[in-house]
Every structure is written in structure tokens, then in C-alpha cells.
Write a protein that binds this ligand. Structure first.
Ligand code: SAM
Length: 211
């Protein structure tokens, strides 16, 4: 049976996340993963530059990024932000990715890690993220691969709202409507990830610049 959790509005999807996070806690990501996300953005030293993490969840990436950058996180789940507050010192803002409450060209870096595929208005959110990125800024989108074998075998088990999977080329095509795709990386956070070819990997990161 296909169990796809689909919502039509941000309000109803945010409610799902609020309940999920208060019942079971936020999704955690490892220090290794978060360091790699920064490395792919070529963040190597402490600067005054600003980063916005969209769909920041429990703030684990922000915790790592704020060692180097002035950080801001946006999420539409209040419960995510309450938990993120315990994990990081970033400025946290309750908002939808579809309508980011920042001026044009405010950020040197934008990250959207494991979140884009859940946004109901994916293209609207991408347009917002390109709007708030500075001209020489960089964005990192971490997204799931529809050709990953376990997704293929279990393609009925979507367990988060509105999750969409796509191939390397499909993601690239979507991102190219809004950004210049500079580089793509395959999931390499464990030894299995390093062995699997890029087109079959679990997920990709796309490093993008402004058009
Ligand atoms: C899978 S979690 C990823 C969290 C975090 N980026 C990470 O890597 O652990 C997806 C996050 O996106 C948030 N989210 C989903 N749709 C959103 C939207 N339209 N606007 C803002 N946040 C959204 C959810 O509340 C959730 O915290």
C-alpha cells in the first residue's frame, strides 16, 4: 500500500512536523555530515559572512556552521525551532520557505539540507532562496536520489510530508531554472556511500551560484 503523507497547505504540514518533533524529537545529523556540507561550500575559516539554513530543523548544521559564519535558520515548525534553540546560537525565524522574511541579496551562503524535497511550493521556495542569495553567494541543496536502490525497492515508504525523489539530472534541471549549478557531489558520509556510483547514490549535494 502506498503510504504517502501529502498535505496541501504549509499549516497542515507544519502541524505534522510539530507533532513528530514533540513526540520523537528532531532528526539528528552527524558532525561529519555537517562538516562535509560546509566543506562543499568551501567554508574553511571564520569570517563575518552570513548563512541562511532553510528548513533548519533541530539546528545541527547551524551548530557547525556558526563556528565560521553568522548564522540564521528558518523553519515553519515552531517545535523544530524550540529544539534548535537548545542546539545552536543562530538567529531562528519561524517562516515558510515560500516567503522568506529577508531583503534581496542578504546572504553569502544559503543551505537547504534534506528539506527542499518536502516543500509544497518547491519552485517558489527556490525562487526565494535565489532572491536572498548575494550575487557572489553560494547555495548547497542536499536532496534524495530516486535511483537509490532502497528507494526503488521501498518506494511506497515515504515517511515525511510531500517527499519527492528525483534523479541527478532531474534535480539539476530544476535547480538550473533558478541557479547556476557549479558542482554536484554524491553522498559520501559512510564507506558504502563512497563505493556506490554517483547516479545510484543515496543523495546528492548541488553547489549553486546566482544566475
Ligand atoms: C527532513 S527535515 C531536515 C532538517 C535539517 N535541515 C536537517 O538536515 O536535519 C525537513 C525540515 O524542513 C522543514 N520544512 C518543511 N517544509 C517547510 C517549509 N515550507 N518552510 C519551512 N520549513 C519547512 C520541516 O519542519 C523540517 O524541520
Amino acid at each position: 500500500m502506498i503510504k504517502r503523507i501529502a498535505f496541501n497547505t504549509d499549516e497542515s504540514a507544519a502541524e505534522w512536523y510539530n507533532k513528530r518533533f514533540s513526540d520523537f524529537g528532531v532528526f539528528e545529523t552527524t558532525k561529519k555530515y555537517n562538516s562535509l556540507m560546509l566543506e562543499w561550500l568551501e567554508v574553511k575559516e571564520k569570517t563575518e559572512k552570513k548563512l541562511l539554513d532553510v528548513g533548519c530543523g533541530g539546528g545541527f548544521f547551524l551548530k557547525q556552521a556558526e563556528k565560521f559564519l553568522k548564522c540564521f535558520g528558518v523553519d515553519f515548525s515552531l517545535e523544530a525551532l524550540i529544539q534548535a534553540k537548545k542546539n545552536c546560537n543562530a538567529d531562528l525565524i519561524l517562516a515558510s520557505a515560500s516567503s522568506l522574511p529577508f531583503k534581496d541579496r542578504s546572504f553569502d551562503f544559503v543551505s537547504c539540507l534534506g528539506s527542499l524535497e518536502h516543500f509544497i511550493e518547491m519552485e517558489k521556495a527556490l525562487n526565494e532562496m535565489q532572491r536572498v542569495l548575494k550575487n557572489k553567494g553560494k547555495a548547497n541543496f542536499y536532496v534524495p536520489n530516486s535511483n537509490f536502490i532502497l528507494f526503488k525497492l521501498n518506494k511506497a515508504t515515504y515517511f515525511q510530508p510531500n517527499e519527492r525523489l528525483a534523479s541527478l539530472n532531474e534535480w539539476r534541471k530544476l535547480l538550473e531554472k533558478f541557479f547556476v549549478v557549479e558542482k554536484d557531489f554524491k553522498h559520501t558520509h559512510n564507506s558504502l556511500g563512497r563505493l556506490i556510483p554517483k547516479n545510484l547514490t543515496y543523495s546528492f549535494s548541488f553547489i549553486c551560484s546566482k544566475k
